[in-house]
Design a protein around this ligand. Sequence first.
Ligand code: NDP
Ligand code: 2IT
Length: 441
Amino acid sequence: MPVYDDVLRRNQGEIEFHQAVYEVLESLSPVVQKRPEFVEASIIERICEPERQIIFRVPWVDDKNVVQINRGFRVEFNSALGPFKGGLRFHPSVYLGIVKFLGFEQVFKNALTSMPIGGGKGGSDFDPKGRSEGEIMRFCQSFMTELYRHIGEYTDVPAGDIGVGGREIGYLFGQYKRITNRYESGVLTGKGLSWGGSQARTEATGYGTVFFVNEMLKTRGQSLDGKRVVVSGSGNVATFAVQKVHQLGGTVVAVSDSSGYVVDEHGIDLEALREVKEVERGRIDSYVAKVGGRATFIEGGSVWDVPCDVALPCATQNELPVEGAKALITNGVQVVGEGANMPTTPTAVAAFQAAGVLFAPGKAANAGGVATSALEMQQNASRDRWTFDHTEERLADIMVGIHELCLSTSDAYDIPGDYVAGANIAGFTQVADAMLAMGVI
Ligand code: NDP
Ligand code: 2IT
């Protein structure tokens, strides 16, 4: 693929970005055959090149009075459908290749929601682990002191991702408001409920993933009721995936973090999990004592060794390798839904598809988070507040809509049931049509 060769040449060493691009381009040959105008207008070449990439220094002073320097990023990938939209990730592994892969995925994900949002992503190699409240606040303030000049409710609207939750969005919004002297609610999403946030945004990604998986099960005349589920991660997405699985009658028997995983055959106790991860900001092994010793902690192991009907990778990219896929397949997994972004490696995806396992890519299955961010923007623009039930209903409808769109697209292209190709083609077509209409920009 000449376009892909060009991407490799111009983005050297950015392996996660290469992986994300390859996985989308692989699906597009039937589209370009049907729509030669996309080729004439070099839409694919243009879609692989971010509109703007910003890299900046983030200096701050830690509790010991030592000056720390981190690197900040914002990649404004594509604004054909609306202002750039996508989260900020604070994790030591963050570099341009990670931000670009996430921004690229975001473009198609946001298109699939059918909401008016373009795609972008940002973050920093800052490691929040072990940092005090004061250090987190000063870091966020310094980060926003540069970022503020690039964002705005009609320009670019960041939100959370790994390492960025309600606490960080609060500090970021406070600094933006102070610098600009504007109460511009729509500049960030994931805000607190009393200052412009939306009901159900915190829950939305995990809930949305589970709604999507339930739709997948329905295509086989089944539901989550009675299913055994394994969730990786124990952060925002994982927590609310656990909650929704339990509400729909399934049982989550394992969750994890980067130190290992816990198995709890009684079903993960959500209160205990949230106490460990959200209140204490501790490690997952503390869960065992919280539930009176009924669970087991396995240090460093693979959570995919735990037998289940449904697997939900909700931690990070490439966390589900082909060995994990083989273990899951041997143990009879029926459905895999990506709550995280690109958690399944390409060979693992191929293994699931070859084994007839229903597989949903993150850009479809985890789109509920950003879709609810768009609902937050809608409430901010109309100075309104919706109820939890109304917002959750909108989210559920959006996830059913994305599921239908993936399936109808895969049918139209004669690859029925291929959610990967369906999501890529449907997302791409919407962005490409808009880009075509707007000319060479
Ligand atoms: P959180 O920071 O709340 O939680 C991240 C979880 O993943 C933690 O349990 C963390 O473990 C684990 N994790 C992170 N990095 C690694 C790693 N390198 N190796 C092993 N485990 C790791 O983040 P979120 O729940 O918000 O995000 C999880 C995933 O979902 C990400 O892929 C994100 O891009 C995606 N996503 C998030 C959305 C959102 O609205 N928040 C929306 C759509 C997708 P530990 O604490 O040990 O690091
Ligand atoms: O990956 C994602 O979709 C997110 N982290 C959420 C982005 C958003 O703008 O809500």
